[in-house]
Ligand binder design. Structure first.
Ligand SMILES: Nc1ncnc2c1ncn2[C@@H]1O[C@H](COP(=O)(O)OP(=O)(O)OP(=O)(O)O)[C@@H](O)[C@H]1O
Ligand SMILES: [Mg+2]
Length: 344
């Protein structure tokens, strides 16, 4: 129901822009275009009609996570990504897949030794070693070829056909876009309903790397329709990555904003573990009008009073019940005309 969630977030992003906060927005519905143009941001579109490519197998210099090397960090992310494509994987299948991904990087000279991510230093040049570029990375086709070598991995290969030769083959390209801007909207709309999650995950990973780059810079990431990444059509690896963002982003000087319309889906994976954890780690929550059954569900995870349960039902467009720390506040989202012109 269109009650003003996105409007609220667009207004927030507009005002954050004036404060100089870097912002990265994942836009599955192609509705942040106007805002992006108003603030002079950049839209990065992936899809069949775009010639902007991003390679999911890229390892970037800022990709590293604490206590893990580059390849180990990437492996965990890729298992999540391929789990989205391949569906349920048992432990044995995960192990086989992991082995093949490792081989795929190995054939490009990338191993668990972090030095392998750097280009060979040239003699007589005493500069800092250079991190490998996009074109040094494997692409999906390389993995596809490896998966075809053995009978036991052929079923994975088959599932990759659309990504290598079919309708989603724009995933099978080296990255050709730099992401240095401070306001970026990732337009994944063209991927279509069933494939949105792949694009959303791809950009979440890239934006997360950007967020980690410089702790001194304030920034925010927006995940509209987040249920696609933590709901029942997702998986543990992806959902726990999203949760990790919400848990740790503050220490990088960032904030994460999740928007969802479907409360039941938010609590559908693993008994709601991820939805609940994200909710508990959010310092501010805004609830727009909800139907009876969703109010019941929500009251299992938050402390709604009886009065609030009634209030939340009668909220109008642009009105919400905000939880800020211990306080619960009824709020109305109001924008000045010039702000409205910037966002709609
Ligand atoms: N506070 C507000 N002031 C003025 N107009 C608003 C306000 N909130 C929402 N609108 C308008 O109402 C319409 C629906 O709002 P919005 O797109 O934000 O809904 P939503 O909750 O994100 O819906 P959906 O669930 O479909 O994503 C939009 O045209 C928007 O411009
Ligand atoms: Mg919306």
């Amino acid at each position: 129901m269109a009650l003003g969630k996105s409007f609220f977030v667009k207004l927030l992003a507009l005002r954050y822009r004036l404060l100089g906060i870097e912002q990265f927005i994942i836009d599955p519905d192609r509705e942040y275009t106007k805002l992006c143009e108003s603030v002079g941001g950049t839209i990065i579109k992936i899809g069949p009609s775009s010639n902007t490519y991003i390679n999911v197998l890229d390892i970037r210099e800022e990709s590293i996570e604490e206590e893990q090397g580059y390849l180990a960090t990437k492996l965990a992310k890729l298992i999540g990504f391929f789990h989205l494509i391949f569906g349920e994987l048992n432990e044995e299948e995960k192990a086989i897949l992991e082995e093949k991904i490792i081989l795929c990087y190995q054939e490009k000279g990338i191993t668990f030794d972090d030095n392998s991510l750097y280009r060979q230093k040239k003699e007589n040049i005493s500069s800092k070693p250079i991190f490998k570029e996009s074109k040094d990375m494997p692409i999906l086709e390389d993995l596809f070829e490896i998966l075809g070598r053995e009978e036991k991995t052929k079923k994975f290969q088959t599932k990759l056909i659309p990504f290598v030769k079919g309708s989603l083959k724009f995933f099978n390209q080296h990255t050709n876009v730099k992401m240095d801007e401070i306001f970026i909207v990732a337009d994944v709309y063209e991927l279509g309903e069933d494939n949105l999650k792949y694009g959303m995950y791809l950009f979440t990973e890239i934006f997360w790397d950007k967020i980690k780059k410089n702790r001194e810079v304030k920034k925010a990431i927006y995940l509209d329709e987040v249920w696609r990444l933590i709901g029942v059509t997702s998986n543990k690896e992806v959902a726990s990555f999203i949760y990790k963002i919400f848990k740790t982003i503050r220490k990088y000087g960032g904030s994460a904003i999740a928007i969802t319309q479907d409360i039941s889906d938010l609590f559908s994976l693993e008994n709601g573990t991820y939805g609940k954890s994200i909710l508990n780690n959010s310092s501010m929550k805004a609830f727009f009008s909800l139907e009876e059954e969703n109010i019941l569900l929500l009251s299992q995870y938050t402390n709604l009073s009886e009065k609030e349960k009634i209030e939340i039902k009668s909220l109008k467009r642009g009105e919400c019940l905000m939880f800020v720390g211990e306080d619960h506040i009824l709020a109305k989202i109001e924008a000045a005309d010039f702000e409205k012109n910037c966002i709609m």
